[in-house]
Ligand binder design. Structure first.
Ligand SMILES: NC(=O)C1=CN([C@@H]2O[C@H](COP(=O)(O)OP(=O)(O)OC[C@H]3O[C@@H](n4cnc5c(N)ncnc54)[C@H](OP(=O)(O)O)[C@@H]3O)[C@@H](O)[C@H]2O)C=CC1
Ligand SMILES: CC(=O)N[C@@H](CCC(=O)OP(=O)(O)O)C(=O)O
Length: 345
């Protein structure tokens, strides 16, 4: 059994980790932290876990965490970078769900996250944990930076086009929409039901912290710098991200082979589903599941390829992908604990 600790257990990604790990045959959660709720039984806060999780929340304790085989950080940015070096020294493996170790350029990180990075050594050594790109490196990593939710949907949708050099890398557009759970559980007026219900808006159009992360991943896939326009939107649903992606095909004759290219690229990926050409994947088809479901389109007589990519932001966009990474790191079947299909309706 893998002894697992979770730092930041009261947030949405923390409780999603618990939901998945509660039925994982090879992992046992031995500690789950919350400073504000220390002492409270987890199942009192989250009754869906009654009968599955007997633990109570506890204060983060470096000694207890150092006794784990793997620690997940489900904390706001700025927390993991301060605690990880000690865990690394103790030989613990870490999957960080926050953005602390995702960017390799630490000046860019500091600009977007509003603080200086405090662990340059581990930012360099961390492996960016998108399994569909970095499976071999994840297997050997001590520290995995779990990708952001929007970056997961956007990168998986664009990757085959960029890896094959089929599109103009300077003009990529990602028009993405997220449910409200993407903003976490802490109270904010802008996230109240009365504020977001029956409404729909763009935000971060002039720049969002996921833009450098998307640019970093897509540039690596293209083997050169890319130009991306990324605009996130907030939609009045709880879970889910839909990213509509646009790219200019260099040679329109390539439209004939795009579908088979995508199918071949993701043929052996247990969590990426390429639907038939022209389908419109729905977020509800991945709700609660670790899948990214996508489909390709061509708009009449144009050279624009459109990819629609959907994920559950809390699963493939966070906790599910984190458990997928844990499975890879420990040499387990990647699908362990993650095989449940989506909830419908
Ligand atoms: N929501 C989403 O869809 C996604 C979120 N993420 C990322 O995952 C991380 C967690 O997100 P989410 O679950 O939404 O966040 P929440 O804000 O809902 O929860 C944060 C958790 O971290 C704990 N925490 C806060 N500050 C500290 C601290 N200084 N030391 C220790 N624990 C602390 C909180 O408990 P307490 O204060 O009681 O200790 C709480 O349990 C974030 O970095 C987020 O950006 C990534 C992908 C998707
Ligand atoms: C709807 C909403 O507010 N979404 C969040 C992104 C989700 C998230 O938590 O970002 P990470 O994946 O980087 O942790 C935002 O726009 O900041």
């Amino acid at each position: 059994m893998i002894k697992v600790g979770i730092v930041g257990g009261t947030g949405y990604t923390g409780v999603e980790l618990l939901r998945i790990l509660a039925v994982h045959p090879e992992a046992e959660v031995v500690c789950i932290t919350s400073r504000s709720e220390a002492g409270m039984p987890v199942a009192d806060m989250y009754p869906n876990l009654r009968g599955h999780v007997d633990l109570a929340f506890s204060e983060p304790d470096a000694g207890v965490l150092a006794g784990c085989d793997l620690v997940f950080f489900a904390t706001p940015h700025g927390v993991a970078m301060r605690m990880v070096p000690e865990l690394m020294a103790a030989g613990v493996r870490v999957v960080d769900l926050s953005a602390d170790f995702r960017l390799k350029d630490l000046d860019t990180w500091a600009d977007w996250y509003g603080m200086a990075h405090e662990s340059a050594e581990w930012a360099e050594k961390a492996v960016y944990g998108l399994p569909e790109v970095a499976r071999a490196a994840i297997r050997d990593a001590q520290l995995v930076a779990n990708p952001g939710c929007y970056p997961t949907a956007v990168q998986l949708g664009f990757l085959p086009l960029l890896e094959q050099g089929l599109v103009n890398p300077a003009r990529l557009i990602a028009d993405a929409k997220s449910g409200a759970s993407g903003a976490g559980r802490q109270g904010k007026i802008g996230m109240l039901h009365g504020e977001i219900g029956e409404s729909f808006k763009a935000y971060g159009a002039s720049g969002h912290r996921h833009l450098p992360e998307i640019r970093q991943g897509l540039s690596a896939a293209a083997g050169k710098g890319v130009g991306v326009t990324f605009v996130p939107h907030l939609v009045p649903m709880i879970r889910g991200i839909e990213a509509t992606l646009y790219a200019e095909l260099v040679d329109v004759a390539d439209f004939d082979r795009l579908q088979s290219l995508y199918e071949a690229r993701y043929e052996n990926e247990p969590f990426v589903d390429v639907m038939p050409f022209g389908c419109h994947p729905e977020t509800r088809s991945v709700r609660g599941a670790n899948h990214c479901r996508m489909a390709l389109h061509r708009q009449e007589n144009s050279n624009i390829v459109i990819v629609s990519s959907v994920i559950d932001n809390l699963v493939k966009g966070a906790a599910g992908q984190a458990v997928q990474n844990m499975n890879i790191m420990f040499g387990l079947d990647e699908r362990l604990g993650l095989s449940a299909p989506a909830l419908l309706p």
